[in-house]
Design a protein around this ligand. Structure first.
Ligand SMILES: [Fe+2]
Length: 314
């Protein structure tokens, strides 16, 4: 059927910087959406192919073994952007996790609560073909090729769920704090601590290649590194990067910046170790040991605070 003369052409393209479908959903304050697959342009599809294609060697060389197994299990193809439904058909039987399409930024309590329910908020837009390397916000390549393969691993999946439980503990604790000023002060510090922990593990974590591996024998499991053509090798090879054992006290007080390669990274021994560390994080939080972490990055947004204050907790 021909369009009437004044009917606007359907909005096409799901490029991070230009996606009318997403802009409209955001204007309606929608967070959870479906993946409007028919809107991907040929240029979007070609970008996906280039992003996947150029990472193959680097993933093989620097990626954690569990990540590589996850890539196989999900059968990601450079030929086309995946349908989240297809991803979930492979993923859900393995760990109960699923990828759930979102419009972009999700306030931090809602994000972490999704993890508790084994849902991973997943961006469906893809970066501009002219800017393959750096992108401050997530896109489907970062989320689906960087994060989701890790969710096929049961030990890693449990660590994410435990992270969500930690956020729930923070929400309960803050609800029990009567003084309004103290409530916001504590919550700001708690959110900053959790964001730093998440950043230096789930996003930029390194792991020993095997339990008894030499100090320098490291692999990448953090999704920010796994989705960066330049930084994945820099994280492992560059002599100027400081690589330290993961210590909670150090990590929760360590500011980070998102607009350049990370000068400092933290190493865990295994995903069981990561799971134990998240448990320790929660214990620290409940004991009030995350109420006064060092100031600095990241900034805690109003929407993040509001999401914790509005949390329906059990
Ligand atoms: Fe991420």
């Amino acid at each position: 059927m021909a369009l009437a003369p004044n009917t606007p052409a359907p909005a096409t393209g799901l490029t991070t910087t230009a996606a009318p479908f997403i802009e409209e959903a955001r204007a309606h304050r929608e967070i959870y959406i479906h993946q409007p697959y028919e809107l991907y342009s040929d240029d979007n599809q070609a970008t996906w192919g280039r992003l996947i294609g150029r990472m193959q060697d680097r993933w093989g060389r620097y990626g954690n073994r569990r990540y590589l197994e996850g890539l196989d299990k999900l059968q990601l193809s450079p030929a086309r952007i995946p349908h989240l439904e297809d991803i979930n058909r492979f993923l859900q039987p393995l760990t109960g996790f699923c990828a759930r399409a979102v419009t972009g930024y999700v306030p931090s309590y809602l994000f972490l609560d999704c993890l508790r329910r084994r849902e991973f908020p997943t961006t469906v837009t893809i970066r501009d073909s002219a800017h393959l390397e750096y992108l401050p916000e997530p896109d489907i390549f970062h989320d689906v090729a960087g994060h989701v393969p890790m969710h096929t691993d049961p030990a890693f999946a449990e660590a994410l769920v435990r992270f969500g439980a930690c956020a729930a503990a923070a929400a309960r604790r803050v609800a029990a704090t009567a003084d309004q000023h103290e409530k916001l002060r504590r919550l700001t510090s708690n959110i900053r601590a959790m964001s730093r922990f998440f950043w230096f593990s789930v996003e930029f974590g390194l792991m020993r290649a095997s339990p008894g591996a030499r100090d320098g024998d490291l692999k990448v499991y953090g999704s920010g590194l796994l989705s960066s053509f330049g930084e994945i090798s820099h994280a492992i090879e560059a002599p100027e990067v400081e690589r330290r054992p993961f210590e909670i006290e150090r990590v929760v007080n360590q500011p980070f910046e998102i607009d350049h390669y990370q000068p400092l990274l933290f190493i865990v021994d295994s995903f069981d170790h990561l799971f134990a560390l998240v448990g320790e994080l929660e214990a620290w939080l409940v004991a009030g040991k995350l109420d006064d972490v060092a100031g600095g990055e990241p900034e805690v947004k109003e929407a993040d605070l509001a999401s914790f204050l509005a949390a329906k907790h059990d």
